[in-house]
Design a protein around this ligand. Structure first.
Ligand code: SAH
Length: 212
């Protein structure tokens, strides 16, 4: 159920769904997603669906992880990438081999701790985690040439736009909780932020503050 064959089938599904970046497909095929979900769920880990990870949160659907990663990498290599919403740590693990360093913030301490354990068991060493409210980004580590939000704000917080380097891209689901959200890509140009609408998505809401 967690075999390479099962993973390969997921990769084929993502290809059929339109994921073209081979680096992304390769990383999805080699990342053990079953380690990022509860053991009771591990038999479903290579289905193309979101799954519960506790605390009312979910690990994103593999297609969405692939699509966001692809959208982030398009247009140039990304060295410093900020993720808002570590959750299980899966998206961070997918980004890790594709960029120089991942900085990921999570507002729920329990999730952040679990993600840290899994990432360290997998010997992924270029991911830095912090327990904090991602509405403020991680200013000490910015600017970033990539930012990815895995929870949906109603509007992209100003603080995050400010931490984007010129030439950098921010990929985020934007919209109200319970409504259809839009996956957006915002590119920072020298004199403006350029917005693109990629597709409709459904994410948990981005919430303010932190919790245990
Ligand atoms: N990237 C994760 C997806 C987890 S779901 C994965 O691969 O598993 C989204 C996560 O965003 C949740 O864990 C939620 O707690 C977190 N989140 C929501 N609002 C946040 C905020 N303001 N700051 C940081 N994390 C936030």
């Amino acid at each position: 159920m967690t075999s390479q064959r099962t993973r390969d089938r997921l990769v084929r599904q993502l290809e059929e769904a339109g994921i073209r970046d081979h680096r992304v497909l390769e990383v999805i095929g080699s990342t053990p997603r079953h380690l990022f979900v509860d053991e009771a769920m591990s038999s479903r880990a290579y289905e193309n669906t979101a799954l519960p990870i506790g605390y009312g949160q979910t690990i994103s659907q593999p297609y969405v992880v692939a699509r966001m990663t692809e959208a982030l990498l398009e247009g140039g290599p990304r060295s410093r990438v900020l993720e808002v919403g570590t959750g299980s740590g899966y998206q961070a693990a997918v980004l890790a081999p594709l960029v120089e360093r991942v900085y990921s913030v999570e507002r729920i301490l329990g999730l952040q701790r679990r993600a840290r354990e899994v990432l360290s068991a997998l010997r992924i060493r270029n991911v830095s985690l912090k327990h904090s409210d991602g509405n403020w980004g991680w200013p000490e580590q910015g600017p970033f040439d990539g930012i990815v939000l895995t929870a949906a704000p109603r509007e992209v917080p100003e603080a995050l736009l400010a931490q984007l380097a010129v030439g950098g891209v921010l990929v985020a689901p934007v919209g109200a909780d319970g409504e259809v959200q839009t996956l957006m890509r915002i590119t920072r140009r020298a004199d403006a932020y350029e917005r693109e609408y990629l597709e409709a998505v459904s994410f948990v809401p981005m919430l303010p503050g932190t919790s245990r």
